[in-house]
Design a protein around this ligand. Sequence first.
Ligand SMILES: NC(=O)c1ccc[n+]([C@@H]2O[C@H](COP(=O)([O-])OP(=O)(O)OC[C@H]3O[C@@H](n4cnc5c(N)ncnc54)[C@H](OP(=O)(O)O)[C@@H]3O)[C@@H](O)[C@H]2O)c1
Length: 260
Amino acid sequence: MRDLGAAIAKKQAMNTASESKPLAGKIALVTGATRGIGQAIAFGYAKAGAHIIAVGRTQGGLEALDDQIFAETGAHASLVPLDLMDGDGIDRLGLALYERYKRLDLLVGAAGYLGGLTPVAHIDPKPFDRVIGINLTANYRLIRAMDPLLRESEAGRLIFLSSGVARNPRAFWGPYAAAKAGLEAMIACYGDEMANTPVRACLVNPGPMRTQMRKVAFPGEDPMTLPAPEEIVPLMLDLARPDQDPPAGVVAFKDWQAGA
Ligand SMILES: NC(=O)c1ccc[n+]([C@@H]2O[C@H](COP(=O)([O-])OP(=O)(O)OC[C@H]3O[C@@H](n4cnc5c(N)ncnc54)[C@H](OP(=O)(O)O)[C@@H]3O)[C@@H](O)[C@H]2O)c1
């Protein structure tokens, strides 16, 4: 009888641990992990038990994330200082992950670049290419490099951050809106290609959030009127679940919050 009680207590403890660490044992690559929404997601996934491969250019931002993760979990993240315009660098990262882990469970594409807000006819080719490069081409390169690893996971999940302007374009947002619209189309195609595998891909529109990108786009706005990036973490945990498919289309954070 005492053995049965101990077994039940052990099972309950294991259940509690898996509820508080739903991503235990998972390997998660997060781009844009040096600040803003990507950093909040990386920290949230680490707290949920995942090992984080954190990608971004700013060494200080990567180290600050690692300090935060270590203080909270006692584990370190893998820090990858990488410019996402470097497609070959993304390929090398895929190879390194294959050699080290043989699989990838979660890929979150949160890196983004707004570029200047300019009339389409006035945009120089270089900044145009950069906005498309970071918001669209880099995500294609990530998929290309990581797809074989995601297929090795029992339930590979890709989650990319889009924007409302992909579907509601407005003046001066040309390259960014085009890149995000392209991203949405590309992820829908890739998701369709994955239908007969355990890999699932989805898109999230975070809406206005209190980050550097939003501040650049709307300098006169009071940031404290906007949600903090951490608020999106429960949605991102939901979308990472291996036991359910993410919704088709773009998940809007504000609809998810409202329970729609
Ligand atoms: N904040 C909002 O209101 C809002 C609304 C709609 C959609 N979004 C989307 O949400 C995502 C996160 O945005 P955020 O607001 O958190 O932006 P943010 O604060 O400006 O952060 C952008 C992140 O992208 C990384 N990044 C930019 N260029 C890069 C490059 N060439 N190579 C590698 N990493 C690069 C930055 O890292 P480094 O500079 O260190 O490289 C940084 O970690 C983006 O995809 C954005 O389009 C945001």
